[in-house]
Design a binder for this molecule. Sequence first.
Ligand code: ZN
Length: 500
Amino acid sequence: MRIVTGTISHETNVLSNISTDLEQFRRRRLLYGEEVFDYFRDTKTPVGGLMDGCESHGFELILTVFASATPSGTITAEAFDTLLNDILEGIRKAGEIDGVALHLHGAGVSENHNDIEGHVLSEVRKVIGDKPLVSTFDLHANNTRLMVESADVLIGYDTYPHVDGYERGLEAIDVMARLFEGSLKPTKAFRQPPMMPALQVQFTGRYPMSRLIEEAHRMEEMEGVETITVAAGFPWSDFEDVGLSFIVTTNGDQKLADRLADELSDLAWGMRRDFLVKPTPVREALRKVKASVGGLFILADIGDNPGGGAPEDGTVVLRAVMEEGLEGGVFAVMWDPEAVDKASAAGLGNEVTVDLGGRTDEMHGAPLRVSGTVKTLSDGKWIVKGPMGTGSEADMGATAVLQVGGNEVIVTSKRLQPTDLELYRSLGIEPTERRFIVVKSSVHYRAAHEPIAEEVIELDTPGLTSPRLAGFGFKNLRRPIFPLDVEMLGITELKSMEDE
Ligand SMILES: [Zn+2]
């Protein structure tokens, strides 16, 4: 059996002023044909799973394109059309094939399509007719009816932090095998309760999200149920299908699919009040660190998460730490290519003064003048050892560690969410020996950092990924939607949240 694969992966934050053109994909990862094999071989990633799945089933996997950009603003029409064409041409040129298994994200928006994944799947469907079409998806997918109707089976991650991409890739090929032999006749039900949870409450390691995943797993054990996707959605894609959704796939039993999808949707709706987020004010958290006697604090700068399209150059927390006179911390990370250039020009061990961060927009704090010693210079490349994307190569571009007062600030020239401890160790920093680490991340940091933390605190920082969703002025959501529309709570919780 011959299966074609391809990837266009982008979580689009339409409020970001970083335009997503082909250069943004090149900076993160844009690979063709055999390059995809070379990069993903022996990695615990979705594409690694597709590759290993094909190998164990004895299928041939044909690579087209793998394109992934760090979350940023709307994808240009030119970039999207080019990448889509790479996939479609790859399928046409592959000759006689038996099916297509893609890996997509699910929250991509281009200038010409609000729902790029729906468009990709429907265009692929036109080329391959009724041959099997399967795709894996991120947990942040904003699933749409077009996606569900165009593919035979959609398989979303079950975890956030995303640590099951590899398993979902393997599952996709198992599903393909059953479609080939005719033992699976997929029937699907799709539900979108009017809910748009912020990122922090999408963490699958705690209630309420864990409850939805557990219920889906329980249902997957039932006879006739093939696979269930619980997608938490990504608010900043700002179009009508944004938010929480459920896809239940059964084997030839539409009634069962509908019933289970209704049950999941009702369960989520009933728990909606538990999907509110209450982060800690920055100064309150810093005073707690100050008063502590030991143990590592992980302070999450949740408003400035590059993994959700924020710039990662916000200065709010660094400024507060310096004003409070707190020491012994690491900042992971500050994106500022100019500051890296200045640091490397100054040279190792020398003093440098830079206006750090705050360059991208007005939302994340003004540039902060700091003087420090250039402690480390690096090419910013290392191999992931933690549970997210194990074995893959991370690349944060030329990187400098500045010793600013009693703290180390990691300054990078590419945007990369701090999800792995090797980030520190590759720079000679042992994270377990520090007093606190500030991570610019919403949830992904938890996979590697929670095991070494005495305490994790979510900071109420401003920025493009803040959970204060009412402040963003979204224009294109379907309304009403929780938690933006007060009447959907009908109670005092929302009021008290906004008073704070
Ligand atoms: Zn995600």
